[in-house]
Design a binder for this molecule. Structure first.
Ligand code: SAH
Length: 236
């Protein structure tokens, strides 16, 4: 994994508007192991996803103020009224995607970059889209610094998907969408999977599989609460 090779002391304070601690200590690793065991108890069975969550230091994606809590199964603020998803949610969505090495994956809602990092650790080539310019800038910088060369960041409204790079093997939306944006279905390969939380206050996790050019299978799964999927972009 790229971040394991890096020398942590050299970049403890980087040019993002908050401070992160890029030191992955034995204590962090121990807390991460416990989190992964908890996820297993909560029903996450995908061993590849659990291994990725064990490997990626979640505290690298959080403000230092929350470092102590990075391995609790909770969402946390990341600025701009957004949150880093709860680990259980990241594990749940990642499992539904059934990532295979080399999959081309579109993520809508880069946020902290943690979900994108998990997808990259699973071997995906990730195209991630964020509508908040400040988050886009700081997360792109962080992922670059951590050496995630297979994650490509874009600043735009994700409701249009990313037509220039379509089609995708998998698409994941990490904000609660009132309806399923048609362009996202259009940008799936045949056999591809779209995982999206659908609803206003509470969202139903929905998995859509493209059966053929015109046919889609839709499965409605558990309830979650995400920050809202918004239209347009927001500049600094
Ligand atoms: N995957 C993120 C979750 C961040 S919260 C993580 O692991 O941290 C959801 C993110 O979706 C927010 O950053 C929000 O700004 C973004 N978002 C909401 N609507 C969007 C849209 N239409 N296009 C792109 N990003 C969007």
């Amino acid at each position: 994994m790229p971040f394991v090779r890096a020398s942590p002391e050299s970049y403890q304070y980087i040019c993002i508007p908050y401070t992160i601690e890029l030191n992955d200590s034995y204590r962090h690793k121990g807390l991460r192991k416990r989190l992964v065991e908890d996820l297993r108890k909560r029903g996450i069975r995908d061993e590849a996803v659990l291994a990725a969550m064990l490997a990626v230091p979640r505290h690298f994606f959080l403000d230092k103020a929350f470092e102590e809590h990075a391995y609790e199964d909770k969402p946390f603020p990341i600025g701009n009224e957004q949150t880093i998803s709860q680990p259980y949610t990241v594990a749940y969505q990642s499992s539904l995607l059934a990532i295979k090495a080399g999959d081309k994956v579109l993520e809508i809602g880069t946020g902290s970059g943690y979900q994108a990092a998990i997808l990259a650790a699973l071997g995906a080539r990730v195209y991630t889209v964020e509508r908040q310019e400040e988050l886009y800038v700081q997360t792109r910088e962080l992922l670059q610094l951590l050496g995630f060369r297979t994650v490509h960041c874009f600043f735009r409204d994700g409701s249009q998907g990313l037509p220039a790079y379509a089609p995708f093997d998998k698409i994941i939306v990490t904000a609660g969408a009132p309806v399923i944006p048609e362009p996202l279905k259009d940008q799936l390969m045949t056999g591809g999977i779209l995982v999206i939380p659908v609803g206003d206050q509470v969202q139903k996790m929905t998995r859509i599989t493209r059966i053929s050019a015109k046919e889609f299978k839709e499965e409605t799964l558990d309830d979650f609460r995400f920050v809202p999927f918004l239209k347009g972009t927001a500049r600094i």
